[in-house]
Ligand binder design. Structure first.
Ligand SMILES: Nc1nc2c(c(=O)[nH]1)N[C@H]1C(S)=C(S)[C@@H](COP(=O)(O)O)O[C@H]1N2
Ligand SMILES: [Mo]
Length: 233
């Protein structure tokens, strides 16, 4: 390795170590808080230890598309994703920056509030926790607002946003995420109803107090916990 190459490598290692340190702090602060998802539903336990199928849901084999129909096309060259708001270091990533972050694969079920569940999708992407750790939320940060390219927004408490299987997913079942499902990249929140996962994600705004997103302003539950049948407010 040339000196320049080893400098580059060291900078990458330092960055990775810093992401890990911030992530450990965030986990400690937020994931130690208990969730109260209730215990209703049926089937064997999912990876959160809850019954696989939440109450009032039925399994579908196909994967319906749910949006008002204005599906933005974002080329990978033009793709940008910003994390800003109550953070120490706002960041904007291009496509290759996103792929340079640690990638994970997680099985995720998809529970739509309209009552269908699509089970065992295999998502690949970057944990939202990784991206947040890169930007370093301020101590007073509590929530995020996620903003999509079609104008859609939805909010998440950090407690939920930091869960291990909340991903910025670009791949599903081994193939690029189709545009109609939010490609090139969307958020998935398997522990919450699917409207909490913004398709065509382009901005994650870290908040110091909660604020409702598109559906939350229109009568959907702010907390959106499927195992509590927590659909509307
Ligand atoms: N950007 C964006 N994200 C969105 C929506 C939307 O209209 N725009 N709809 C939400 C709703 S209501 C659901 S149920 C899921 C549906 O995802 P799917 O179309 O991939 O099934 O995406 C969520 N994310
Ligand atoms: Mo939905």
């Amino acid at each position: 390795m040339s000196p320049a190459e080893s400098d580059t490598q060291r900078m990458a290692d330092d960055k990775q170590a810093r992401i890990e340190a911030v992530r450990a702090q965030l986990r400690q602060r937020w994931l130690s808080k208990p969730r109260d998802p209730g215990s209703r539903g049926s089937g064997p336990p999912n990876r959160h230890g809850l019954p696989k199928l939440p109450p009032g849901q039925h399994v579908t084999d196909r994967w319906p598309v749910l949006d008002p129909g204005r599906q933005p096309r974002v080329s990978l060259a033009d793709f940008r994703l910003t994390v800003d708001g109550a953070v120490e270091e706002p960041v904007t990533l291009g496509w290759s920056d996103l792929l340079a972050l640690p990638q994970v694969e997680r099985a995720g079920d998809f529970h739509c509030v309209t009552s269908w569940s699509k089970m065992d999708l295999r998502f690949k992407g970057v944990q939202l926790a990784t991206l947040l750790s890169l930007a370093r939320p301020l101590p007073q940060a509590t929530h995020v607002m996620t903003h999509a390219d079609d104008g859609y927004t939805t909010n998440l408490p950090l407690r939920e946003a930091l869960e291990d299987d909340v991903l910025l997913a670009h791949t599903v079942d081994g193939a690029p995420l189709p545009v109609e499902h939010g490609g090139p990249v969307r958020i998935v929140t398997p522990q919450l109803y699917a409207w909490k996962g913004a398709k065509w994600i382009r901005r994650i705004e870290v908040l110091t107090q909660d604020r409702p997103g598109f559906w939350e302003e229109r009568g959907y539950s702010n907390t959106a916990q499927p195992w509590r049948d927590d659909r509307y407010s």
